[in-house]
Design a binder for this molecule. Structure first.
Ligand SMILES: O=C(O)CCC(=O)C(=O)O
Length: 247
């Protein structure tokens, strides 16, 4: 199977690189058309309805057992842009679905690297909209420039979807931006970019697929399952610090 790409010679302009460096995020960009994602969506739903062989959870790392999820996660629209930002050698570490049904809890303001077993914590994420992601159904919100400092994380309140949250005394959400996306669009952000999503107060489901990519110098300290390995998705792994299979 293949996902059509309308783009040729994907790369980033200097002002986009500067935006990522200063603001901590980029996009939205288009991975595929809204119509194509509408066609692919039933395939994604089937993946989420099926038990994951050898993995802990249906929503995590389905690129390891499903070709559609692998193709979405490693689409050139994403990977070529990541290579412009992080260099030629890229390893796919994790994928995570964020399924927010109507009534789903708030995802607290946080920096991803607070939760992750990586040393050094250098990660770039893509977040792909499978459903429309709007203010109404709790799109991601980001604080531009927030990746420049480390925010202490504290125990989250019971109404939050995560156990820990960024301490709001250290986060200025007054300039937060809503990253609304059409199905098939994606954004890029880094491991320290403070982000969040409201409770889903609408009657519309919102599914996103997050793609976590590291560079070979990063050591994975804890694997998600016995079968969990990294995949080379661009360039090569010259260091061999981790379990890696070629793509
Ligand atoms: O989908 C969401 O609401 C949050 C996503 C998120 O926290 C992430 O991708 O790191």
């Amino acid at each position: 199977m293949s996902i059509k790409s309308t783009e040729k010679n994907i790369s980033l302009m200097t002002d986009e690189m500067t935006h990522f460096r200063t603001q901590g995020y980029l996009g939205p960009y288009s991975l595929c058309s809204t119509e194509e994602m509408a066609d692919l969506r039933s395939g994604v739903e089937q993946v989420l309805e099926a038990d994951a062989p050898n993995h802990k959870n249906r929503v995590h790392n389905r690129h390891l057992d499903n070709e559609l999820i692998y193709k979405l996660a490693t689409h050139p629209s994403i990977v070529e842009r990541m290579a412009c930002l992080y260099g030629p050698d890229l390893l796919l570490w994790r994928t995570n679905f964020f399924v927010k049904e109507p009534g789903a809890k708030e995802i607290p303001w946080h920096q991803d690297f607070n939760y992750w077993p990586l040393e050094p914590p250098i990660i770039i994420s893509a977040w792909i909209a499978i459903d429309p992601a709007t203010v109404e159904n709790s799109c991601i919100q980001i604080v531009p420039g927030s990746h420049r400092r480390v925010v202490p994380h504290i125990k989250a309140t019971a109404d939050m979807a995560f156990g820990e949250m960024g301490d709001l005394d250290y986060i200025d959400i007054s300039n937060a931006v809503n990253l609304e996306m059409q199905p098939g669009e994606f954004i890029l952000f880094n491991e320290r970019t403070v982000h969040h999503s409201e409770p889903n107060r609408s009657d519309k489901r919102r599914i996103g697929l997050a793609v976590r990519v590291i560079v070979p110098i990063v050591k994975v300290l804890q694997w998600d399952s016995p079968n969990h390995t990294l995949m080379v998705i661009h360039g090569e792994d010259r260091l061999g610090f981790n379990k890696v299979i070629p793509s």
